[in-house]
Design a protein around this ligand. Structure first.
Ligand SMILES: O=c1nc2n(C[C@H](O)[C@H](O)[C@H](O)CO)c3cc(O)ccc3cc-2c(=O)[nH]1
Ligand SMILES: C[C@H]1O[C@@H](n2cnc3c(N)ncnc32)[C@H](O)[C@@H]1O
Ligand code: SF4
Length: 464
C-alpha cells in the first residue's frame, strides 16, 4: 500500500521532529540557566545524572524545559534514529474482582458488584485466538487478586494459551500477582517465576510499581506490595531470565524528589540485571479514581502537561545507556499527546491493546484500541518512521514505504472515539526514500538479553 501522512525528505523529517544538530543544541544550551546548562551538557557527554540533578530538571521551566526536551530527543535519536515502534497486542484482564483496595484503582470490583467479571480459561484462550487472527504477537494479561484464585492458576492459564497458540508471546502478571501466586503456592519467587516460564510466560509487566517510596505507597494503599518486595520480585524475574518492563504512576500525591529517586532505583537494578526492556510512565487517571474523588483537595488530578513532558524527557536522560526504550502510554494521554511525546525523548507507542480497561475504568476516555494503521499515521505525524516490533524489540515490519492493512477496531468505537483524532495531525506529504537513517536489520533488537546497543550506536556518532 502507498504510505499516507508522511514527509518528503529525511532533512524535513528531522526538522519537523524537533531534532537539532549537536552544534545547534550546544548553542541553545549555552543560553540557558547555569544549573540546567551543566546538567544537559553532562547528559550529552553520557555522564550519569544524579538524583539531585534529576530533581532540578523536574523543576525547570520555559527555555530550560524546551532545551531539556530537545536534549532528550537528541539522545533518543542517537539510539533509535528516526524509528518509533509499536506492538500489535491484546490486553486481557481475566478478572476485575479484587479486595486489595488500592485507592488509585477504578478497575477493581467486589464479586457481587455489577460488571464483576471472571473469565474462564476458554474465554481467555478465545480472546487470544481472536487477537492472533488479527495479527497480534502478544497478549498482555493482568487481573485482580481474586480471593478464590489458586496459586496454580497463573501457570495453568499460560499453559492453556500456549496449547492453542504456541507462538503467542505472553506478557503477563504484575509483581503483585507474582507475590500473590507465590504466597498461595508457598514457593520462592525464583521457583514460582521459573515455573511460569516453563508454562510459557515470556515477560512480565513492571506494573504495581506506582511510586517506589514507602511513605507514598502507604497513602496509595496500606496493603500493596512494599517497595522492597517489588524490587525483590523484579530482580528474581531478571535473575531467572525473564525480562520485565518498568513503570512509574505519577501525578497524584507525589513530586520531583520521588520521581528522580524512582528512576535512579530502576537504573540501579538495570545495572545489575539488564532485565528491563523499557520504561512506561503512567500518568495518573483521576476522574473515577477513589484516591482523587474521596480527597479532591489533597490529591492532584493527574500530572500537568509540563510534568508529562518532563517525565518522559528526564527518564530519557537519567536512563540513557541503561533503559533505552521509553514508551508513552496512549491510553493515559490520548493519541495526540502521545504523538507530541515522540518529540520529548520517546521511541515507542506501546500496544494496540484491542481491549483497554484499567485506564478506562479510572475515567480515561481514549478508547480501547489504536489499530496498526492508525499507529503508523500517528508516528508519521511526528516526522518519524514507524515499525512494528515484538515484545523484546525485534522488528516485525518496517513501514517506511508502506502502510499496514486497514482494520476495523475489535470493539466498535463511540462517535467521539472514531478516527477523527487523526485529522488533527499536520498535513504532511508523501515521502520518497523514507527511513534511510537509523534503521536496524530486521533481526537486530534494541533489547538483547539485557545488553542494549545504545553505546554502540552512540560511539558511531549517533544523529548529527
Ligand atoms: O491496557 C493496558 N495495557 C497496559 N499495558 C500493556 C502495554 O500497553 C503493552 O502491551 C506493552 O507494554 C507493549 O510492550 C502495560 C504493559 C506494561 O508492561 C506496563 C504497563 C502497562 C499498562 C497498561 C494499561 O494501563 N492498560
Ligand atoms: C496495572 C497498573 O495500572 C496502573 N493504574 C491503575 N490505576 C491507575 C490510574 N487510575 N491511573 C493511572 N494508572 C493506573 C497502576 O500502575 C497499576 O499497577
Ligand atoms: S491495582 Fe490491582 S491489586 Fe490494587 S485494587 Fe486494583 S486490581 Fe486490585
Amino acid at each position: 500500500m502507498t504510505p499516507t501522512n508522511s514527509l518528503s525528505s529525511s532533512a524535513e523529517r528531522i526538522a519537523f521532529s524537533g531534532l537539532r544538530s549537536l552544534r545547534d543544541l550546544n548553542l541553545e544550551i549555552s543560553a540557558l540557566s547555569e544549573q540546567i546548562r551543566l546538567i544537559l551538557a553532562k547528559a550529552l557527554a553520557r555522564e550519569e545524572i544524579s538524583i539531585a540533578e534529576g530533581i532540578t530538571l523536574f523543576e525547570c521551566e520555559g527555555a530550560d524545559l524546551d532545551a531539556l526536551k530537545r536534549t532528550a530527543s537528541h539522545l533518543c535519536h542517537q539510539v533509535h534514529g528516526d524509528r518509533v515502534g509499536f506492538v500489535v497486542n491484546r490486553n486481557i484482564n481475566f478478572t476485575n474482582i479484587c479486595y486489595m483496595g488500592c485507592k488509585f484503582c477504578g478497575f477493581a470490583k467486589r464479586s457481587e458488584d455489577k460488571g464483576a467479571e471472571f473469565l474462564s480459561f476458554d474465554q481467555v484462550v478465545a480472546r487470544a485466538q481472536e487477537a492472533w487472527d488479527r495479527g497480534a504477537t502478544e497478549v498482555c494479561i493482568q487481573g485482580g487478586l481474586h480471593p478464590k484464585l489458586e496459586g496454580t492458576y497463573y501457570r495453568d492459564l499460560c499453559k492453556a494459551i500456549k496449547a492453542a497458540l504456541p507462538d503467542m508471546h505472553i506478557h503477563a502478571f504484575s509483581p503483585y500477582e507474582i507475590w500473590y501466586g507465590a504466597a498461595k503456592s508457598r514457593m520462592s519467587y525464583h521457583d514460582f517465576i521459573s515455573d511460569l516460564m516453563e508454562a510459557g510466560l515470556g515477560s512480565m509487566p513492571g506494573t504495581a510499581a506506582e511510586i517506589l517510596d514507602t511513605e507514598i505507597r502507604q497513602q496509595l494503599t496500606k496493603n500493596k506490595l512494599s517497595t522492597e518486595k517489588w524490587v525483590e520480585i523484579i530482580r528474581a524475574a531478571h535473575e531467572v531470565g525473564l525480562p520485565t518492563t518498568a513503570t512509574i504512576m505519577y501525578g497524584h500525591i507525589d513530586g520531583p524528589e520521588h520521581w528522580a529517586a524512582h528512576l535512579a532505583l530502576l537504573r540501579d537494578i538495570q545495572k545489575d540485571t539488564g532485565g528491563f526492556t523499557e520504561l512506561v510512565p503512567l500518568s495518573f487517571v483521576h476522574s473515577d479514581s477513589p484516591l482523587y474523588t474521596q480527597n479532591p483537595d489533597k490529591v492532584r488530578p493527574g500530572p500537568t502537561s509540563m510534568e508529562v513532558d518532563k517525565m518522559h524527557a528526564v527518564a530519557r536522560l537519567m536512563l540513557h545507556g541503561w533503559i533505552d526504550n521509553i514508551q508513552v502510554s496512549w491510553t493515559k494521554l490520548g493519541p495526540d499527546r502521545a504523538r507530541q511525546m515522540l518529540q520529548a525523548g520517546v521511541n515507542d507507542l506501546g500496544g494496540t491493546l484491542m481491549n483497554e480497561s484499567i485506564s478506562r475504568s479510572a475515567g480515561s476516555d481514549f478508547g480501547q484500541e489504536i489499530t496498526p494503521h492508525e499507529m503508523v499515521q500517528i508516528i508519521r505525524g511526528a516526522g518519524r518512521v514507524p515499525y512494528q516490533r515484538n515484545t523484546i524489540y525485534e522488528t516485525k515490519a518496517c513501514y517506511a514505504n508502506s502502510d499496514p492493512e486497514e482494520q476495523a477496531p475489535l470493539v466498535e468505537r463511540s462517535v467521539d472515539q472514531n478516527l477523527s483524532f487523526l485529522r488533527m495531525f499536520p498535513d504532511v506529504r508523501e515521502q520518497a526514500g523514507a527511513g534511510e537513517r537509523g534503521h536496524l536489520e530486521p533481526s537486530q533488537s534494541l533489547w538483547v538479553g539485557g545488553r542494549q546497543s545504545a553505546s554502540k550506536n552512540a560511539a558511531n556518532g549517533g544523529a548529527s
